[in-house]
Design a binder for this molecule. Structure first.
Ligand code: GLY
Ligand code: MN
Ligand code: MN
Length: 461
């Protein structure tokens, strides 16, 4: 974990932002996989990590906004725990690591919550996303566990988002380390991208890199020759010449900061002409969007800029037609790029989405569009120095979507359906990088990962 001052400072800032009541931060517990003692890889809750840093199951942090006191609830290991899991520092010793001297056994929390409720003081908590946490909070607060999300505190959500959105130097250093792990993963995947190799072999190899260099992957790896399926998590195909492999994979550092990188590699390491044509379009959208990233401009502006590049270049290939601005306004680009340009990244790969996407990327003035494609944009607000974003344009040939639009004669003023058939073998192409917004512009995070046609072909050879 970071030095205790980091967590103390963060909690002090939160105390200033939320005026009264208490907040409960429920750390994650172990989650059973197929029977109680066989658990999933433990991943601590990101908000708990941010304010308390303790990367162990079973703790709850309490902040009292009236008294200014912070407390950790947890149980010391007994002999049975020690026999199976080994010795562990006491809760007191652990709490000191995040600057807290006040601790109590978990049982004590019931009393405190009861007392707080009887005094009609507000109990703030963030929306729980795990069944175990919903149950824990429901039992403590005597509320229906299924209602916990709607009962969560908007004031606390907004305060936490305002802090976690702007990354500190120590956090940026961690994210850069996570990108550097992704560098190893992606270069290895490119080198392995040969005819006859199983997707699973590459998937397992790069997952191993993430585990050997950090805390494992930051999300389930997407690696497929069927990159037209945006989140393709099956890895059962053999790579074959003429196809392209989309690898969307990132790592977590040991402190759980994420990277999220996508590269697309032609099987065998040489682009054919059609692959190159579409690849260069996506690359242009990626590099131009990164170049334009700076404070003041919004992620939505940048999204539309990337979409316009896609349309303009697709027109040059004869796949689209008409006025590019009109095409984007009508949502015609979404046939080829149905997702948003990027999202925030930090302790979560889609940072803070557990707190509610619309709280993160939208507000009273900037509302989410309901147009197909643009509606998937996760963040529409202006960039601020300290934001960390992905920039991830793509171009996909999704047979089912193309057939449906064609049958519906949708947006025929902008789409040349007859031309599309010749490009179906492309599948999908996505190129994703991670950037920090700085005072004057942006910084590409981590060691640059090969992405031009020349660079990719050179790694593969
Ligand atoms: N890894 C999923 C995404 O790029 O958002
Ligand atoms: Mn990704
Ligand atoms: Mn992403």
């Amino acid at each position: 974990m970071f030095k205790s001052e980091v967590y103390t400072r963060r909690r002090e800032e939160l105390h200033k932002k939320v005026k009264s009541g208490i907040a409960l931060f429920t750390g994650n517990s172990e989650a059973p996989m197929n029977y109680p003692d066989n658990t999933y890889h433990f991943r601590q809750d990101s908000d708990f990590l941010y304010f308390f840093g303790l990367d162990l199951p079973g703790f709850i942090g309490l902040m009292d906004f009236d008294s200014g006191n912070d407390r950790i609830f947890g149980n010391d290991y007994d002999m049975d725990d020690i026999i199976w899991m080994g010795p562990q520092p006491t809760v007191k010793e652990l709490a000191l690591r995040c600057g807290i001297s006040d601790t109590a056994p978990t049982k004590k929390l019931e009393e405190i919550v009861k007392d707080t409720l009887s005094k009609k003081r507000k109990i703030h908590f963030l929306p729980p996303y795990r069944g175990e946490t919903k149950m824990k909070l429901g039992i403590l607060l005597k509320e229906n566990p299924c209602q916990m999300k709607t009962l969560a505190s908007t004031d606390l959500i907004k305060a936490v988002i305002s802090m976690r959105s702007l990354k500190e130097k120590v956090e940026i250093d961690e994210i850069e380390k996570a990108v550097d792990i992704a560098y190893e993963m992606h270069v290895t995947a490119m080198k392995m991208c040969k005819h006859g190799v199983r997707e699973q072999d590459i998937f397992g190899t790069i997952e191993g890199i993430a585990l050997s260099k950090g805390g494992g992957t930051s999300f389930p790896i997407i690696l497929s020759i069927n990159g037209q399926t945006l989140h393709n998590h099956s890895h059962g195909n053999l790579l074959s010449k003429g196809k392209m492999m989309v690898t969307d994979a990132g790592a977590e550092t040991n402190l759980h900061y994420a990277s999220d990188i996508t590269r697309t590699t032609p099987v065998g390491g040489k682009f054919n002409q059609k692959q190159k044509d579409i690849y260069e379009i996506v690359l242009k959208a990626n590099t131009e969007a990164i170049k334009a990233t700076r404070p003041g401009i919004s992620n939505r502006d940048l999204h539309f800029m990337a979409c316009k590049i896609l349309v303009t270049e697709m027109k040059n290939l004869g796949l689209m037609k008409g006025d590019a601005d009109e095409a984007v306004a009508e949502g015609a680009h979404a046939l080829f790029m149905p997702h948003g340009l990027g999202h925030m990244m930090g302790l979560d790969v889609h940072d803070m989405e557990a707190l509610g996407e619309n709280y993160i990327g939208y507000n009273e003035e900037v509302k989410r569009s309901d147009q197909f494609g643009t509606s998937f944009l996760r963040f529409a607000l202006p960039y601020k120095p300290g934001h960390v974003f992905t920039v991830e344009p793509g171009c996909y040939f999704i047979p089912e979507l193309i057939e449906k639009w064609k049958a519906d004669r949708k947006l025929t003023d902008f789409i040349n359906y007859s031309k599309i058939e010749g490009y179906m073998s492309i599948g999908g192409i996505r190129i994703e990088d991670n950037v920090l917004i700085t005072e004057k512009g942006h910084k590409l995070l981590g060691k640059p990962i090969p992405k031009t046609v020349k660079e990719v072909e050179s790694v593969c050879s």
